[in-house]
Design a protein around this ligand. Sequence first.
Ligand code: SF4
Length: 497
Amino acid sequence: MPSAPAFVLAPPRLPELSLAGLALARETITGTHLHTLHGCPHEVVLDFRLPKSDKLPASEALAALLARGRAFEAEVVRALEVVEPHYPKGDFVTGAAETLRLMREGHPLIYQGVLFRAPYLGIADLLRRVEVPSALGGHAYEVIDIKSSRKAKLEQQVQVAFYSLLLGEAQGLLPTHGALWLREAPEERFALDDVVWTLLDQLDELSALLRGEQESRPHRSSRCDGCGWRERCLPELERSQDLSLLASLSRSRAARLRAAKISDVGALAAADPTALLRRRVLPPASTRALQAQARARRDGISVRLEAEPPALPARALFWAAEPDPFRDGRLWLVRAAVLEEGVVRAPMVHLIADDHDEAQALRELARFAEAHADAGALHFGERSASTLARLLATRPELASLERFTRSQDLRVLWLAHLAHPVANATLYDLGLWLGLRAPEEGGAFPALWWENARESSGAERERWRARVERFEQAELATAARLLGELRAETAPGASRG
Ligand code: SF4
């Protein structure tokens, strides 16, 4: 019997892509662009199309985070024996040739190796020698990227996959693994298989965006407040009364509305609701709420929605347990207060630095709950509720917080009863709209400010801490006011929707 044919799958490759003739301000695709694509596709398009000098610099808070990342990388590398390619600044062809020379020589660790095949450019933090035959000889290399975060993130792995595909072309062998050198886990090694396919999907998207085959447009989100292109995008969105100015309207839902010829806030406000429902552009409940929001924005007032009045507690125990974006599985903030007649009573704000702090903050939250057993539990947004549910599932000692699982979500209640002319329905944005606070320079990112406090000392630490505390007090004041407005089932200038 003839033997079955053997199939050998070709290893994945970076797609052939030419950026020539696209009138772009830069002509290399780097790992940073993939990272940005993950956050906002329009940002990466502007990064390519416009001069870098037009982009606002990173906020003070973000700059501090980036500087710590660089300091961590320098600290890691200081303890290692590395060689580094030397080449004229910006001459990546020479940099790649020099890196290849070092790779052929077989050095154990190469720092800042240049991997370049136009239009792709990768500068890998570390290339580590592995004893596997390749076009280099009896050895090959794999990529290690140094990150100051504590846990691996998919976008970091995608960046490693990007460098690995470039490395594969240079050494004639695609590495099977890559690694991240993290703050708490030096050399977290992972298989590249699935990550490579995520990378290729992202490169397809990026290519379509840059070639104009996929539309790129700004979309309002809380990311915009800290983005370097905000002075360009935000006025444009206001001028065109873009659909993304409506709270919580996703990119895909905005696209569906546009495909149905509803291209801006005014058009949505004026659309015949019955025809809109019949055409099934969006789910019925969202359609009604979005139209009310569109009217609120068009007319600059809040609009009361037809809904049963909410059953609200006379005294509310308003609480938060926020997951830490910089320390997976940990909390950064526990906060509680009693809200009564529009006033904040007995506020408690715990900013968490370590496990000991976290345990103490949760114990105090439990004591607070006991001391105010007559107050109905209330929180804002889904994040605190899901975080607490996770904690309760794994930590039986927190059983006294169980009543918070029946907590009402003030955000859900607010959006079900009142539409308002605010783009992001966060406490911060609602506080701005109510005139209870001033805009934060570079956007509202209190978890980042607290991370900056934890990682600094002395006056610097106190400055960041004070900023977070001021912010959290304003959050409580906003919640008290929202609850008061909701209880009265009206907001400033409200009219029936
Ligand atoms: S301002 Fe907003 S929409 Fe514009 S590029 Fe930045 S994140 Fe994207």
